[in-house]
Design a protein. Structure first.
Length: 156
């Protein structure tokens, strides 16, 4: 029996990560988004507003939690895929360290922005801060990884 190749999970992980990030972004737009407006767009009131069902907050909370789980599982599938060479493992480690630093920095800046800007309530902006920080990680990791592979490989 051939060993299980983790390389084949990388494209699925990328798709799960992108879908999770987009869903988390949608869940954090102006607080909670009315998921029913997406699922049943024809049930709007004559003035264009949409009635909020009784279980509105529960459905939106589940939507946010599922999207965060999709983001986490997808990122794990990308990061745990096998690499063809020891050099790539080193570049991956450096990229993850760099991305975690960028994620922390962006999360701290976003928290400071929302905390010191009048008119924002921290209860409503936590998902936005989490989405920005996760998005920064997802952007910083591939940028650092591929620049590390292409530019450092030319120098060696």
């Amino acid at each position: 029996m051939a060993p299980l190749s983790l390389v084949r999970y990388r494209p699925v992980g990328v798709l799960l990560t992108i879908a999770g990030f987009l869903c988390l972004w949608a869940a954090s737009c102006e607080g909670l988004i009315n998921v029913y407006r997406i699922i049943l767009p024809g049930h709007t009131l004559p003035d264009g507003s949409y009635p909020y069902p009784a279980n509105f907050r529960g459905v939106n909370a589940v939507f946010g939690i599922v999207s965060a789980c999709m983001l986490t599982v997808g990122a794990a599938m990308v990061f745990l895929a096998k690499e063809p060479d020891e050099y790539f493992y080193k570049v991956r480690l450096e990229s993850i360290q760099f991305a975690v630093f960028v994620q922390f920095l962006v999360g701290l800046i976003a928290f400071a922005y929302f905390y010191f800007t009048p008119g924002y309530q921290m209860e409503n902006t936590f998902q936005a801060i989490l989405g920005l920080a996760c998005g920064a990680f997802l952007v910083a990791y591939p940028v650092r990884y591929y620049t590390g592979i292409h530019f450092k490989a030319d120098q060696d």
